[in-house]
Design a protein. Sequence first.
Length: 391
Amino acid sequence: MKEEPHCTGRLALETLLVHGATPFDPVTGAVTTPIYQSSTFRHPGLYESTGYDYSRSINPTRTELERTLALIEGGRSGLAFASGMGAISSIIKLFKPGDHLIVSADLYGGTYRLFHEYYEHYGFSFSWVDSSDLNLVEANLRPETKAIFIETPSNPMMKITDIRRCGELIHNHGGYLIVDNTFLSPYFQNPLKLGADLVVHSGTKYLAGHNDTLSGFIVHDNDIFEEPLRNAQKSEGAALAPLDAWLVLRGIKTLALRMERHQSNALRIARWLQEHPQVEQVFYPGFTEHPQYQLSCSQARGHGGMISFYLKNRDDVAVILRKVSLILFAESLGGVESLLTYPLVQTHGAIPEAMRLSAGVTDRLMRLSVGIEAPEDIIADLDAAFSYSTI
Ligand SMILES: *Cc1c(COP(=O)(O)O)cnc(C)c1O
């Protein structure tokens, strides 16, 4: 009997992460997915095909990653792109000029830039709304509203949006719910199971996990999205390359271990920051006193590894960014190395000042992507950097 190298959905998530959709190569028995570094594929004859033709459309390494993503996010299909922005741009191809989308106001600055600087000029319209307040979301529904696009936890203020209720709102209106699930990863949160129609990821972050490649994903659970999204992926050419697909496949194998460690480190460091005299306020959804802690528990299995905090003194920002040494002052998140970001000029630099300030992104806000180092080393590094302060 021919061996079928296929996992079933009955396996626990931790196991699926390690083994992926196809746990070994059926031809050679290779335990990891081969990197099919080929742009094109030979056909045996006219109207005959191996299923592969040209790597912009389909590539076996990417296909294995796409199937794995669908499996771990609980969807029917996954599509891999060269970056998170490539995935988000492709999702907009499901809509048409004249359509309106409600978008979380407190979100990744690159998404704001893409929607505002590009798609608005092509006739789409967007309302930027604090989606953690469902009354505001509802008040912004228009006859032409076709989707709600949310990040939860939000970036960088860690507000939680009720995925189930957003789904109900937009479904009653005849539209779709899109969730950017980058911050929690499929290990902690599966929006499709809560009523979302489409999930996007910057795979650059926790999924790849090692700050070594860019990638982006769309996962969905509805056949009506499949053809238009595949067509966008093939036509626009932002599909993920085979070597990068392989790096993400390797990263995913340890996602469970990494997320647990990111989270336990984050909780400890968030508590330490909260006690620090130079820190005014810490935002972490894993705090039981976070205003939406119960909501977070009701829709996610964890609270992740991202923390943001206000310093009391704005002048400390430059000092701390210069003086951290183990922690790297760099944009991005979700990798094994701890990264400190200043959202005002980095991730949220593209957002206009008034909108940024109303979301809470002030000149005293810092964001920490807590890595998997020993927590006492991260704390010692912060402690040393804080000690150079101006007061
Ligand atoms: C980084 C990020 C993106 C963009 O992803 P890239 O891989 O950098 O293109 C989108 N959404 C969130 C929440 C992100 O953190």
